[in-house]
Design a protein around this ligand. Structure first.
Ligand SMILES: Cc1cc2nc3c(=O)[nH]c(=O)nc-3n(C[C@H](O)[C@H](O)[C@H](O)COP(=O)(O)OP(=O)(O)OC[C@H]3O[C@@H](n4cnc5c(N)ncnc54)[C@H](O)[C@@H]3O)c2cc1C
Length: 390
C-alpha cells in the first residue's frame, strides 16, 4: 500500500500533475492510468483508509463481476488496486475532506484545499467521489467536539492509531449495526485488550450478519462484553482533570506524524444513558466509539460551479471531462447516458479520462496506444523492465 504522504511543512501547496479526489476503485484505478501516462497523482479521501464503498460497505462480502477475478471481496480488490499503483508512488492523504477547488489563472493550476488545511497545486483534477464523502452519521451530544480525536472516534482504526485509547480503557461503542457489532467483537478478541467494552443501542435488536450476531450473543452470555439499551443523553467530563489516568494526545490526521503532547482539554469520564425503563444511568467511559454508520454527502462538490445532472456531475462520455476544462470525473459521481454504477464502468471511465487529461495538458502528445504486454516504456514505469516481448 502506498505510504501516507507526509504533510506539507507549511501552507506551501503540494505540486502535482493530477489531484484525485476519492480513493475508491475509480480513484485508485485513475492513479494507475495516469501513472502509465507519466502523470504523477496525489490522492485524497475523507476516510481513514482507501477503498471507498468496497472497503467501507462490503469489505468481507464477495464480488463476482470484476473481469478476470472469478471471486474477490471489497477488501481484496482494494488491496490489489493499491498494489497495482505502488510503482507510481502516489501521495495518499487520508482523513481529509476536499472542501475547495478553484482554477488559479495566473499559475495555470487548480488550487485545492482540504478541511485539514492541506493545499495542492494541481495541473488537472480527477473527481472520483462516488456517492459523496462518507461522513459519520451525526449524533447530538453537547461537548462531543472537544473529545473528538482525543477520546471519541468515528472509526475503530482512528482509535487504534491513537496511543493509549484502547488498551486497559473502558470503551463504549454507540451503534446497532454491523460496524458497531464488528468493532465490539474485534476489541474483545483482539490485541487491544480494553478493560471493558460496552455496546449501546436504542433497542436490543442488532443488525449484522448471522455469524456476528451469534458471536455477540456468546460474548454477552460469557460476560466478555456488555450491552446497554437506551438513548445517550450527555457526556460527563472529569473535573478537575484526573491525575491518575494519563491525558490522551489530540488525534493527528492519519497521515501525519503523531505528536503525543497531552493537552488541557477536559477529560471524558462517563456517558449518561436514558434507558427505556427506569432512570438515567452513568456508564464509565474512557473512549467513545461512535459507529452509527456513515452517510455519503455530495457536500462541497456541489459548490464548485460544475454542471450537475440529477445531483451528479455531468460529463462527456468520451473524455469524462466536466463542464470545467481540466477537471475530469469518474465512477459513481458521474452521469451520462447509459451510466451504470459498476466498478467495471469506473475502470473504463478512469482510463479514458486519464488519456483525455494527458491530451488536455499537452495537445502535442502522441496519442497512439501502447500495451503493457509489449511496451518497454510501460514496463519500465511498472518496474518490470526487460520483460517486453519486442
Ligand atoms: C453493498 C454494495 C455492493 C456492491 N456490489 C458491487 C458489485 O458486486 N460489483 C460492482 O461492480 N459494483 C458493486 N457496487 C457498486 C460499487 O461499489 C461502486 O460502483 C464503486 O464503489 C464506485 O467507485 P467510486 O470510486 O466511484 O466511488 P466510492 O467507492 O464511493 O469511493 C468514493 C470515495 O470518495 C471519497 N470522497 C467523496 N467526496 C470527497 C471529498 N470531498 N473529499 C475527500 N474524499 C471524498 C469518499 O469518502 C469515498 O471513499 C456495490 C455497492 C454497494 C453499496
Amino acid at each position: 500500500m502506498p505510504a501516507p504522504a507526509a504533510p506539507a511543512a507549511s501552507t506551501e501547496p503540494v505540486q502535482t500533475d493530477a489531484l484525485v479526489i476519492g480513493a475508491g476503485p475509480a480513484g485508485l484505478f485513475a492513479v494507475f492510468q495516469l501513472g502509465l501516462l507519466e502523470l504523477h497523482a496525489e490522492l485524497v479521501d475523507v476516510l481513514p483508509a482507501p477503498g471507498g464503498q468496497c472497503a467501507e460497505l462490503y469489505a468481507d462480502k464477495p464480488l463476482y463481476d470484476i473481469p478476470g477475478l472469478v471471486e474477490t471481496t471489497g477488501a481484496d480488490l482494494t488491496e490489489r488496486l493499491l498494489r497495482q499503483i505502488e510503482p507510481f508512488k502516489p501521495g495518499l492523504h487520508l482523513g481529509q475532506l476536499v472542501t475547495d477547488l478553484r482554477w488559479d489563472e495566473k499559475r495555470r493550476r487548480f488550487d485545492v484545499t482540504t478541511d485539514g488545511g492541506r493545499r495542492f497545486a494541481a495541473r488537472c483534477v480527477f473527481i472520483a467521489a462516488g456517492v459523496g464523502a462518507f461522513l459519520p452519521r451525526a449524533i447530538k451530544l453537547d461537548g462531543l467536539e472537544r473529545h473528538l480525536g482525543r477520546q471519541a472516534f468515528h472509526h475503530l482504526s482512528q482509535a487504534r492509531e491513537h496511543p493509549g485509547a484502547l488498551a486497559g480503557r473502558q470503551v463504549v461503542i454507540l451503534g446497532g449495526e454491523e460496524p458497531a457489532v464488528a468493532a465490539a467483537l474485534a476489541l474483545i478478541d483482539g490485541v487491544d485488550a480494553p478493560a471493558s467494552v460496552t455496546l449501546i443501542h436504542r433497542r436490543d435488536d442488532f443488525r449484522a450478519p448471522a455469524p456476528l450476531l451469534q458471536r455477540l450473543a456468546q460474548a454477552r452470555a460469557a460476560g466478555r462484553l456488555h450491552v446497554a439499551i437506551g438513548q445517550p443523553q450527555a457526556l460527563l467530563d472529569a473535573a478537575p482533570p484526573c491525575d491518575d489516568v494519563p491525558a490522551l494526545a489530540p488525534l493527528s490526521a492519519p497521515d501525519e506524524a503523531s505528536p503525543s503532547q497531552p493537552d488541557a482539554a477536559p477529560r471524558l469520564r462517563a456517558l449518561r444513558l436514558d434507558p427505556p425503563d427506569g432512570g438515567p444511568i452513568e456508564l464509565p467511559c474512557d473512549t467513545l466509539l461512535i459507529l452509527q454508520g456513515l452517510s455519503p454527502r455530495l457536500g462541497p462538490i456541489a459548490d464548485w460551479g460544475l454542471e450537475l445532472e440529477r445531483k451528479q456531475l455531468a460529463v462527456d462520455a468520451a473524455t469524462f471531462a466536466t463542464s470545467q476544462p481540466g477537471v475530469h470525473a469518474v465512477g459513481d459521481i458521474v452521469h451520462y447516458p447509459g451510466k451504470k454504477k459498476l466498478i467495471l464502468s469506473a475502470f473504463h471511465e478512469a482510463t479514458l479520462a486519464a488519456h483525455a487529461a494527458a491530451q488536455w495538458l499537452d495537445p502535442s502528445r502522441p496519442t497512439h496506444l501502447e500495451y503493457t504486454t509489449s511496451s518497454p516504456r510501460l514496463q519500465r514505469l511498472l518496474g518490470r523492465s526487460g520483460q517486453a516481448q519486442g
